[in-house]
Design a binder for this molecule. Structure first.
Ligand code: NAD
Length: 403
């Protein structure tokens, strides 16, 4: 339940009916078979999707997911999350997303490049008109964005490119950096605990999980457990994150077998006592089954949509604070915005300057969310952040005379 239904939000804020209609329908849905002859006898055909949720504020911005589980429904939901994430961060973008239904780890690099080129060919009008600006998401990497740039020849047509071809220093780490800032604020202002006195558990050691862990380590936080697709590891004294990077250097490697920790079952992983639990891997992992086990004070959603509606209800009943995905993991799209802006203007920023902009935007939204929660007497921070995003999008729709 990354988001709350517009119907429920109407109980606490004023949402015109015309706005409700537009927000409940994606602005555009594209579905096509991505087909390629790969050799004399080889042929592949994958379903591909591009969705714009709401583009009142600006062009559709959101990543491309490469996954054998990608569906149109999932792409629609992720595009919707992007609308609210971009609006909350004050970025001049609407919400978009793509999905290509294949397992990127099961194709060779030549096929991978051909798939990305065919994707560009199929949606060239969207890309050349700047109606949609993609970036990496689960399964896709900066090199795929370099291929897109190679096809369009327009540096502003895609973000998350490698630094060597106009990418932004710090883009790779940006989502994790932003999450770590949200965690610092949450820990100090809501848990009233200094970050260095907290015990943290992370699910996922891909792009989001590993760079969150890295940034937290730099702030002296103690990460006691990490789980990925290969298994879970635990060290009560805190994991040595530098050594874990050496053991698991890439997003598709596993933390399993790390010598500086003991192994844990998935059940034990979810019930570990900690201050902060960060789901940074998959959707729907905090559910009616796992939420009762969680023994934490705060959940910070690194992944998109990791908590189900039933899961969230249990967390709130248990008094666990939730920092929602469209706030906590927005550092990546803030960096994308800076890369897009630089591509248009020729400006360049250092890694430190990028992190400073991300920190400022996260901090601004955090305090605005706390104020809104107080004002609306809302039951969760998710509701308060969502109200802020909705206000910004409704204002843009009014300005365009859509409503
Ligand atoms: P990734 O592919 O780099 O990493 C995914 C991680 O999840 C890997 O460590 C993998 O082992 C782990 N995983 C897979 N199945 C698992 C399982 N069953 N149990 C435990 N761990 C499992 O993906 P990513 O880019 O880190 O994205 C993770 C999430 O964060 C997604 O929801 C994505 O939409 C979201 N997100 C990503 C970005 C970004 O900049 N990459 C930005 C915002 C949000």
């Amino acid at each position: 339940m990354a988001l709350i239904s517009i119907g429920k939000m109407k109980e606490i804020m004023d949402i015109p009916e015309s706005a409700e209609i537009l927000l409940n329908k994606p602005a555009k849905e594209i579905k096509f078979p991505l087909k390629l002859k790969t050799s004399k006898d080889g042929f592949i055909c994958f379903d591909a999707f591009v969705v714009y949720h709401n583009v009142a504020i600006g062009p559709a911005k959101g990543g491309i997911r490469f996954s054998s589980h990608a569906t149109l429904e999932e792409t629609k939901k992720l595009a919707e999350i992007m609308s609210y994430k971009n609006a909350l961060m004050g970025l001049p973008f609407g919400g978009g997303k793509s999905g290509i239904q294949f397992d990127p780890y099961k194709v060779d690099n030549f096929t991978r490049v051909a798939i990305v080129k065919e994707y560009v060919h199929q949606i060239k009008d969207e890309l050349y008109s700047s109606a949609y600006i993609p970036a990496p998401d689960m399964g896709s990497i900066p090199n795929d964005m370099a291929v897109i740039y190679g096809e369009t020849g327009m540096p502003e047509s895609v973000t998350g490119k490698p630094v060597a071809v106009g990418g932004l220093p710090g883009r790779l780490q940006a989502t994790g950096r932003g999450i770590s800032r949200a965690i610092k604020l949450g820990s100090e202002k809501l848990l009233r605990k200094s970050l260095k006195d907290t015990e943290i558990v992370i699910q996922g050691f891909g792009n989001v999980g590993r760079w969150t862990a890295y940034a937290l380590k730099e702030m002296d936080a103690k990460i006691i457990a990490v789980q990925d697709a290969g298994g879970a590891i635990y060290n009560k004294k805190g994991l040595d994150i530098d050594a874990l990077f050496k053991h698991s250097p890439n997003s598709n490697d596993t933390v399993k077998g790390f010598s500086g920790a003991e192994e844990l079952s998935s059940d034990d992983f979810f019930s570990l006592k900690c201050d902060i639990f960060i789901p940074a891997a998959l959707e729907n992992v905090i559910t009616e089954k796992t939420a009762p086990k969680l023994n934490t004070k705060m959940v910070v959603e690194g992944a998109n949509d990791p908590t189900t509606e039933e899961g969230e209800k249990i967390l709130l009943d248990k008094g666990i604070i939730v920092l929602p995905d469209f706030f906590a993991n927005s550092g990546g799209v803030v960096a994308s915005y800076i890369e897009w802006r630089n591509a248009k203007s020729g400006n360049q920023l250092s890694e430190g300057e990028v992190y400073e902009i991300i920190n400022n935007k996260i901090e601004y939204a955090f305090f605005a969310g706390l104020k809104k929660k107080e004002e609306l007497k809302s039951e969760s921070l998710r509701e308060a952040f969502f109200a802020l995003s909705l206000n910004a999008i409704i204002e843009a729709m009014r300005a365009r005379m859509w409503i």
